[in-house]
Design a protein around this ligand. Structure first.
Ligand SMILES: [Zn+2]
Length: 246
């Protein structure tokens, strides 16, 4: 059997499966993602497990993910969406995001940062300031966010990872930070961050229903999810591998 054909279930034994229920006394959890749906796809099981342990969890989506409306070939500086189309999209995604977070037992908030195809150093600095203000406000005991390669190289995912890293470095708070899509020892998937070695995972059949329900809240993105993750994204992403940032 080659390493790429080993099942995720086999691999689970090689790294620590976290007993999230034992984290009951932890306090507040904050999940910072680039777009609505990232929390459900990459962290849905974990968020559901944490909120079932009665931890308070806020999901902050930096942007509305409005770039989904622009075909890849047309993306670039100076491309603007018609205002009414953008407004219609935003109200749809806000409703879907709220429902998805609710199904995970979390509170969702969208910060309204632009969804950028390329993140300049100036935009990155603005994002660091935004995340710093968020951390000052939320003071989380556990922070969940994107991996260092943006899972599959997504510029906004990478920018959020960098913003969180810089914000916690500049902060006086002692944040416990986990990054998702971490690379387990002997299986592969296109959404693993190769430089982030998995240190632990969250799994559990009893949580899969919550993750499925959250992903299915994104009705406007179901074709995209199917194209990237197949017919059953929740099962495909049914073990969540994490790396500790600090
Ligand atoms: Zn995303």
């Amino acid at each position: 059997m080659t390493s790429s054909t080993r099942s995720a279930t086999e691999d689970r034994t090689e790294i620590e499966a976290v007993d999230v229920a034992a984290m009951r006394d932890l306090g507040n959890v904050l999940c910072v993602v680039a777009h609505p749906d990232d929390e459900s796809l990459f962290a849905g099981l974990t968020i559901a497990a944490l909120t079932r342990a009665e931890l308070s969890c806020t999901v902050a989506a930096v942007s509305h993910g409005e770039l989904r409306l622009v075909p890849f070939a047309s993306r670039g500086p100076g491309r603007f969406l018609p205002r009414r189309l953008r407004e219609q999209y935003c109200s749809t995604i806000e409703a879907e995001f709220t429902l998805a977070c609710l199904r995970l037992g979390a509170i969702g908030t969208i910060l309204g940062f632009p969804d950028l195809p390329v993140v300049s150093e100036e935009a990155q600095s603005r994002l660091v300031r935004l995340v710093s203000r968020l951390l000052d406000h939320e003071k989380p005991d556990l922070l969940l966010t994107h991996g260092s390669s943006g899972e599959y190289g997504h510029a906004m995912h990478v920018a959020v990872h960098v913003a969180v890293r810089r914000a916690i470095r500049a902060s006086v708070g002692a944040y416990r930070t986990w990054t998702f899509g971490a690379q387990p020892p002997s299986i592969d998937a296109k959404w693993f961050n190769r430089r982030d070695q998995a240190t632990h995972c969250v799994t559990g059949d009893g949580l899969l229903g919550a993750k499925k329900a959250a992903i299915s809240a994104y009705r406007s993105s179901s074709d995209t999810h199917r194209r990237i993750y197949g017919d059953d994204p929740a099962t495909k992403l049914g073990i969540e591998y994490w790396a500790r940032m600090r």
